[in-house]
Design a protein around this ligand. Structure first.
Ligand code: GGG
Length: 360
């Protein structure tokens, strides 16, 4: 008899709809586990961190939170943010603390164009589109450099600075990551995005490193595009894109635009990867905590379930990852959709349909 392989997963539902979508992904993995005939099991441990924890303790995560998470095989995350806690405190206190603390420097955000979902792009059928946004996840505009000074006598003289930090090593590794990814795809192309005409130091370094790294990948088509032009290109020339690599802030904005163009932010999955595998990687839907619909059982679980598929792939369960992705596609094609994508199904109904479709 072969031994059961155990994967230890830390779940952090955090805030708002985070709990609902993490529960959805958890049940999909439970269903896979039950069908695996004992080949593998997921050992889950849930952590109560987030804005509720902050209200009780003044902290978004326990002091020794990172140490508690370090030995897990992966982290499955929901969403962070709640109106009672300033967003910069909740984001820095939890999501960014984990991404930066665990050196998850590559944030992979596939843009999922799914059957049965109407994209606002002009193309009637957008399922032939296939983009991945690769977000530099450790520095850039999110380096956390800056400060506030000079309140002045009347309290109106404040100066705030916020510096972006670009290191040659940071640029080089994210670009090589994007090129390696492009090599695995049908459309072997990397589009690099900056605003290097206006931001003449860090983003010019980014452009120079991109040109250097490109020379090592002559089989991959390249382009460098300014972020404003790239926003227009997402809408007007969508078939021209494959892998898009950008800094922390630019990629965050472009991936939201991409998922809105695919039909809804609720569809978008992501992986915060520590490619060296020294620390656990973290998988989460791109969307936030959506306080306006939290607790109503109507949020879209597809982004979180897609993130669970990315987690399976990372754990080496490649066939299972494909099965989950196919089940997502079948569910959407059947028209079992939450209201953000034009349906009226609940979170639970969509999750149940994905589980039913795992068998297909
Ligand atoms: N699941 C992703 C999430 O909770 N995002 C919250 C957010 O505000 N993110 C902003 C960012 O990561 O830049």
């Amino acid at each position: 008899m072969t031994e059961t392989q155990t994967f230890r997963i830390a779940s952090i539902p955090a805030d708002g709809v985070g709990a609902e979508v993490v529960a959805a992904g958890h049940s999909v993995l439970d269903a896979l586990e039950s069908a695996s005939g004992g080949a593998y099991r997921f050992a889950w441990e849930e952590f109560p961190w987030g804005c509720g924890y902050y209200t009780k303790t003044g902290k978004m995560i326990a002091d020794d939170g990172p140490e508690q998470l370090e030995s897990f095989d992966a982290i499955y995350f929901g969403a962070v943010g709640w109106p009672t806690v300033p967003d910069h405190i909740s984001l820095w206190g939890l999501r960014l603390r984990l991404c930066q603390g665990f050196d998850q420097w590559a944030n992979v955000r596939p843009v999922n164009f799914l059957p049965g979902i109407t994209s606002p792009l002009r193309k009637a059928d957008s399922t032939d589109l296939d983009w991945v946004v690769v977000r530099e996840n450790s520095e850039g505009e999110y380096a956390g450099f800056g400060g506030r000074n000079f309140a002045g006598r009347d309290g109106r003289g404040q100066i705030a600075t916020q510096s972006a930090v670009f290191t040659e090593v940071g640029c080089d590794r994210i670009m090589r990551f994007a090129f390696e990814l492009a090599r695995t795809r049908a459309h072997k192309k990397v589009s690099s995005v900056t605003k290097s005409n206006a931001q003449q130091y860090g983003m010019v370094l980014w452009d120079e490193v991109f040109a250097d790294v490109s020379r090592d990948y002559p089989d991959v088509e390249t382009e460098s595009v300014l972020v404003d032009a790239m926003s227009a290109k997402f809408v007007l020339r969508p078939e021209d894109l494959s892998v898009v690599v950008a800094s922390n802030l630019n990629a965050d904005i472009l991936s939201d635009l991409g998922s809105a163009l695919a039909g809804s932010l609720g569809l978008a999955a992501s992986a915060n990867l520590n490619p060296e595998r020294r620390y656990p990687s973290m998988f989460e839907p791109v969307h936030g905590s959506a306080p306006d619909i939290a607790g109503q059982g109507i949020c879209n679980p597809i982004g979180a379930i897609g993130s669970a598929a990315l987690m399976l792939d990372h754990l080496g369960l490649h066939d299972e990852a494909k099965r989950v992705q196919r089940a997502i596609e079948a569910t959407c094609a059947q028209g079992v959709l939450t209201r953000d994508v034009g349906g009226d199904a609940s979170t639970e109904t969509v999750t149940g349909a994905v589980i039913d479709n795992l068998a297909g």
